[in-house]
Design a protein around this ligand. Sequence first.
Ligand code: ACM
Ligand code: ZN
Length: 764
Amino acid sequence: MSNLKLAFRFSLLTTVFLLFSSCADEQITAVKPAIIPVPTSQEIHKGTFMISNTTNINSDAEFLTVANFLKAFIENGSPIELQQSKGENTISFVKDNSLTNDEAYTLEVTSSAITIKAKTAKGAFYGVQSLRQLLPISFENGSYLENKVPVQNISIKDSPRFRYRGMHLDVGRHFFSVDFIKKYIDLLSMLKMNTFHWHLTEDQGWRIEIKKYPKLNEVAAYRKETLIGHYSDQPHQFDGKRYGGYYTQEQVKDIVAYATERQVTVIPEIEMPGHSQAALSAYPHLGCTGKPIEVATKWGVFEDIYCTKETTFKFLEDVLDEVMALFPGKYIHIGGDEAPKTRWKTCKNCQQVIKREGLKDEHELQSYFISRMEKYINSKGKQIIGWDEILEGGLAPNATVMSWRGTQGAVTAAKQHHDVILTPGSHCYFDHYQSTKEDEPVAIGGFLPLQKVYSFNPIPKELTQEEAKYVLGAQGNVWTEYMKTSEHVEYMAFPRMVALSEVVWSSPNNKNFENFRERLEIYQKRLDVRKVNYANHLYEVSGKSEIKDGSSYLTLTTSSKKKKIRYTTDGSIPNSNSTVYSSPIKVDKNTIIKAASFDNDLKVSSVFEQKIRLHKAVGKNITLNVEPHPKYNAGGTIALINGINGSNKRFGDKEWLGFSGKDVEMTIDLGKATEINTITTRFHNGKGQWIYAPSQVIISFPGNDEFLPIELESSDELMVDLKLSTKVTSQFVKIKVVNYGVIPDGKQGAGHKAWTFIDEIIIE
Ligand code: ACM
Ligand code: ZN
C-alpha cells in the first residue's frame, strides 16, 4: 500500500488530485490539502470521505462544544444536515490520553470515517480547524450548494511548537467594535493561535468599563480630537473631532465567552505606571502634580504617569478587582513600558517612597511599583506579564516578560528563569510597513515584509536548551495609531498573522517560505470569502539595479516563479501585450520602467515603477571612510550612485543609506577627468527617529583648488536638499557629510549622536 501514500512535504503542492466520488456517475474534486499552519506530519491517501445528509457526528462528552462548532460550520456552510447516530459514515471526536501535548490532535480521514483524537478540547478544536481547511472555501460563507462534499483521505498528526501563540490589538489609540473584536478572535483561532492580548488602556483612551470609577468611562474614554497624518508631519494638525468609546463589562463577558468557544484566552492589559494619561485626565490626583490634564490627542510617550502614592495603588487594585472578575485566564498584563521618570524625580511623594523603601533610584521605584502590583495580582491567583522595561530596576519575582525592544529582554529574563514571550519590533510589529510601494497607507515606520515574519525563530540563539524552555512563544502586535478602521487593522494584520501562525505552531523542519506562499495563496481565498481586507504583496515586482562592465541593468523579480513579469519603458501601464521580462534590462538612457506580475493575461500585482537617471556617476566607483549601519545598507554603497532615488516616504528602503553618528567622507572616481556642472543629493531629516540632516557638507575636487563648504539651514521638513552648481573638470569628487552632532534636549533621542541618511549623489 505504501506506494499509494504520498509523502507530504513539498511534493504535495505540485501533485494533482483528481478524485472520484463513490457515485460513479459524478465527479467532485476534493480540496487539495494545503493546511496553514503546516502540520507536524501528514500523509495523503487515495480516496475520500463523503460528508452528506447521512453522515453522523458524535463526540465524547468533553468535546461536545467543539463537535457542535464543527456541526454548525458544516450546516451553516452548506445544505448538509448531519445525523447523530453512531456506526459507519461518522465524524467522531475521541479522547486520547496518550497524546503528550495538551493541544495536540490527530485527524484521520478514511473512506468510511473521520476521526479527530485529542487529549483536551483545545486539541479537538485544532483538529476541526485543519478539517475546515479540507472543506471548500464556500463553506466559509454558506455558499456551498451541493448536499455532499468529499474530503481527501489523510492522516494528520499535529501539535504546536509553542504554547503561547498570540495576537495583540491596541484599542486605545483607535477603538473597534465588539463585532470586529470577535472577527479578529475568530480569524486568529482559525490559525490555531490561542491568545488575544487586548491592550485596553492608553494615553489616548481608556476602553473598559470600571463601575467603581465612572469617570474612566465618562472622561478617560474620550479625547477631544486626534492628530492628522504622521507624527513627523510638522506642524502638528488636529481634526477637531471628539473621539472615543469603551467596552461595557457585559460586552467584555460576551467577547470572553466568544473567545473561550474558540479556545482563545483573552489577556487584558491595564497599563501602569506609564501610558496612563487618559486615566489621569479622569482622576488627576493619581498623578504626581495633581494638575488637570487632557486625554492625549497625539501619539508618543508622555511624562504624566501614575504617582507611587498609596491612593494610586488603591485605585489600581480596585480596577484590577473588576478586571480579574471578567477574565478567567491566568494572566493580567500590566504594561510597564515607556514610563518616563521625569515626574517621579521631582515628586515629594515618590521621593519619600524611594527613601522609605530604601530604593536606589526611580528605576527601582518602578520595580517596586510593578512588584507590589504583582503581589496583589498573585494574591488573587493570577500572574503578571509586563513589557521588557519591567526588567529595569529588578524583575518582579513571578513576572513573565514580553520582549519587544529586540530580544535582549527575553534573553535576560530567561537566564533569570522567568517565562518570556517574544514580540520583537524586528519581526512582530505589524504596525510597520510591509511593502516599499509608495502608495502604502501611512504607517508608523519600519519595514517588516511577510517573509521576514515567516523567518522568525522565537528562540534567541543566546539561550541554552535549558533556558529556551522559558520561551513560551511569540505574538504579533498591532498598535493602531495609524489604523482608524477595522479594514486597516486587517490590512496590517494579514497576511503577516498567517505567517506568524506557522512560526509559533509548526516545526522548523516543516517550514519553507516558497511552499508557505503557495498555501497562503489558497488561504487568502478563504480570507476573501470571510471579507478580510488583507494586504496582497505576494506577486509584487521588485527591482534591483546592477552595474556590469560600466553599464547599468535593472533586474526584476516577483515572488512567485509561476507568474510572468511584463514591463514597459515608455511610461505606459503594462498590460497583457507588454514585453515579457526574461533577463536584466539594460538601461542606456534616462528611463522609467513599469512592470507587473501576470497570471496568464490577468494582472495580479500592482504596478512597480522605477525611474533611472543616468547621471555621470552611475556605474563609477565610490569609496567611503565608514560603512553604512548594517540595518540601513540594504542596497550597499553602490546605492549612492546607481541612478535610482530613494523613496520619498520609506527612508529605510534599499536606496537610502543610514550612518550612525559619524562624519561620512565619500570619494567618487569618475574614471577620467569629467566636466561637472551640478552635484545634487538629499538628506532625510526624520527628527522623531533621531535622524538629522547635516548642518554642513564639504565638497572638494582632489588635484584641484576648489574647496566648497556648504552650510545647510536647519529645517523641520522631512528632507533637506543639497545642490551645488559649479564648473570644474575633475576625475574625483570628494564629499564630506558632517554629522549633525548630539541631539538637543527636549527632542527624541536627546543626548545621543544623530543619524545621517543619504540618498543618490547625482553628478551632472
Ligand atoms: C510598546 O511597543 N511600547 C510595548
Ligand atoms: Zn509621585
